[in-house]
Each structure stands twice: as structure tokens, then as C-alpha cells.
Ligand binder design. Structure first.
Ligand code: ZN
Length: 194
């Protein structure tokens, strides 16, 4: 279930209320995990963020802390392997420069090719691992931006919830995996059910 919530004043982002149980599985709340989105504005040179405290049970919180296993880790491992596999032959095969300025050409070429192939290979493997992880982490795990793109993203996720800031529309988009929690959230915050 998806909600789009307007933020009329980016300098005063609203506080949303969450049901007092795990946002993912609905069990009693045992921990609070944070989501924060940069609003892209500043007050007294400090960036304004929208902070959410999301209730979770212990099991889901543990899963969330382990989610790097299916995102960052496969990306890095596959990226390194693919990068190395490409770097070595390209470096060996590239024509060696004759002048001191071009002596390093093979390494530069090999490095560039290895980096490019590593990012590409890592991204592909990460996408596959995420898809395989759906039964364990839920459907929203595939919504997480790929590691390469995460640093540019205006979104934040936890297991069972995905939050995105649509800056030009001044909207925050919340997506819940658990329909019951979504309905309770809607009531708590007096939203119209979509
Ligand atoms: Zn849970």
C-alpha cells in the first residue's frame, strides 16, 4: 500500500505516527529503527531532515541489519572478482608506451576497464541476489537502489517499509509491505485511504 503525503513546508517536515508494532510482520514492537530523508533545505547552515522512528520486532530488526548481505556484499565481491578478471588481461595486452609519459598506459587502460566491468558485474550480481532474497527479506528489498546508485538516491528503506522523497512535488511517498500496518498508519495519521 502506497501513501503520498504532502510536505507543505520543507523546513518543518511533519512527524508521522506509526502503529506500536513491527512495521514488517506486525509482532509487538521491540526496537525502533530510524529512517531519515534530507529535505534539501537548511536552517542556520544545518540540513533539515525528516526523521521517522519505525517500530520493529527483534527478528525483523536483525534481518534489517543483515540486509547488506544481499546488497552491498554481493556487489563488492562480484565487483572485485569481475574487475580483477578484466584488469589483468587488459593490462597485459595493452600496448606499452614508449615514452615515459605513456609507460603507464596499460595500467591506466586496465584499471579503467576493470573498474567499469567491476561496477557492471557487481550491479548485475546484486540485482540477482536481491531477487533471490525476496522470500526472506520481502518484496520491498528489490526496491532498494543498487549500491552504485544509493548515494544519489532520495530514498530510505527498512524491511517492510520504503520511503521516498519527491522533491519537486514536495511529497513523501511511503510504501508498506504489510497491509494491516498500512491501514493502522493511515488511521493514526488521519489520512484518506488511497
Ligand atoms: Zn517483525
Amino acid at each position: 500500500m502506497i501513501f503520498q503525503l504532502p510536505i507543505p513546508d520543507l523546513k518543518k517536515p511533519p512527524a508521522f505516527k506509526f502503529p506500536e508494532r513491527c512495521v514488517s510482520c506486525g509482532k509487538p514492537k521491540e526496537e525502533m529503527l530510524g529512517i531519515s530523508l534530507n529535505m534539501g533545505v537548511q536552517i542556520r547552515n544545518k540540513p533539515v531532515t525528516l526523521e521517522m522512528k519505525v517500530p520493529m520486532c527483534k527478528a525483523c530488526a536483525e534481518k534489517e541489519r543483515g540486509v547488506a548481505k544481499v546488497t552491498l556484499v554481493p556487489f563488492l565481491i562480484a565487483g572485485l572478482i569481475v574487475g580483477a578478471v578484466v584488469f589483468v588481461p587488459v593490462t597485459l595486452l595493452a600496448p606499452e608506451g614508449t615514452s615515459p609519459q605513456t609507460l603507464n598506459t596499460p595500467f591506466v587502460l586496465g584499471g579503467a576497464a576493470g573498474l567499469f566491468a567491476g561496477i557492471l558485474g557487481g550491479t548485475m550480481v546484486e540485482a540477482i541476489v536481491k531477487t533471490l532474497a525476496i522470500p526472506f527479506y520481502g518484496r520491498l528489498v528489490t526496491r532498494r537502489p543498487l549500491t552504485v546508485l544509493a548515494m544519489f538516491s532520495e530514498a530510505d528503506q527498512l524491511i517492510g517499509i520504503s520511503v521516498k522523497f519527491l522533491r519537486d512535488k514536495k511529497l513523501v511517498q511511503l510504501e508498506f509491505e504489510n497491509e494491516d500496518i498500512a491501514r493502522e498508519f493511515s488511521k493514526l495519521n488521519q489520512l484518506e485511504t488511497p
